[in-house]
Design a protein around this ligand. Sequence first.
Ligand code: NAD
Ligand code: ZN
Ligand code: ZN
Length: 395
Amino acid sequence: MCTNHGVTYMGQGKVEVLEINYPKLALGDRKCEHGVILKVVSTNICGSDQHMVRGRTTAPAGMVLGHEITGMVIECGQDVEFIKKGDLVSVPFNIACGRCQNCKQGLTAICLNVNPDRPGAAYGYVDMGGWIGGQSEYVMVPYADFNLLKFPDRDRAMEKIKDLTMLSDILPTGFHGAVTAGVTVGSIVYIAGAGPVGLACAASCHLLGAAVVIIGDFNEARLSHARTFGCETINLGSDIPLEEQIAMIVGIPEVDCFVDCVGFEAKGGHGAQGEEKPAIVLNQAMAVTKAGGQIGIPGLYVTEDPGTSDKAAKHGNLKIRFGLGWAKSHSFHTGQCPVMKYHRQLMNAILYDKIDIAKAVNIEVISLQDAPRGYAEFDKGAAKKFVIDPHGLIR
Ligand code: NAD
Ligand code: ZN
Ligand code: ZN
């Protein structure tokens, strides 16, 4: 019998690598003969995991984490027809059945059949259906024929695995943020947040032909990394208001497109230690986006935030000046990224050298045992994206 180890959430601020069950083709008493077992080749730590680890969600202790998974198929359920043992595959972080009305419309982030509590599911995530996370040696992926993206050539894919590992979440997510903000050839874009999602969004904006990509954060190390691939940057710790800093770059205090890659743990005020202001980015979006512009919001907002001191925000109620957005005819696009909508085209962009995503997000490959260090450094704002390599296949 194979053993398995996984990164487990142990309560606020604490993750441990523990022995966990070897996966079954089932979730409790729900049979998953449509699923496969993967030997995990790479699995990334995400800012979304950090919301849970910081105690900012209702995630229960004992949950195995990890929704950014790339792996090798080692076992197929009876009902899997097209995916085969030995395939190297990228797993979209959203779990989708491929059979419901939403899946049929391509809305795979809000599948109706994979989570009894609400539309949409993911691996190793609070309120996302109880599917076991993949920051582990082995993991089960349901509805494999529908969900998985098979890399056409295994050897060639392994050469680019540090880039391809970003297809499970942050590259499609950053790209989706850009697309839903209306980014196209010649756009002037502001991206809030220079974490891995913001940087993936910036690389996507370049791919889509944006003329100016401005990225704002308090974290100077992350901003200086953004400058290495052609981004303009704004350090929000400065006393100069955002509008004026934008005008200093493009001549006018507004942008065509705005992407929120921060979410509900947004900070405001001055300096890196600025206090939390969960609505600040949404209000800035309405202030600096041109009339008629679009606002992409991949940054995560929650329905319950036990860790905030703001009474209204505890239940996801934010103070936004919605009238301003209305007056400017803004469009807003929220929610999980439907990864499947983009992963094939972005895979080809990687395989044919149109995007250097591993460089843009500055990946560091670590062992499974080293995951707690990865979490701790990422939480402190390291200008890195940590990629866990549980079987030593990448290093
Ligand atoms: P991260 O925490 O590493 O990055 C967030 C960055 O925002 C940090 O560098 C922080 O300093 C900065 N920041 C804080 N307040 C700011 C402000 N007012 N203006 C500008 N920057 C500010 O996280 P990440 O991994 O880059 O993820 C970003 C967000 O995207 C998270 O909320 C994550 O949950 C979400 N996410 C959503 C999806 C989706 O499908 N929609 C997928 C992946 C991640
Ligand atoms: Zn993620
Ligand atoms: Zn579905």
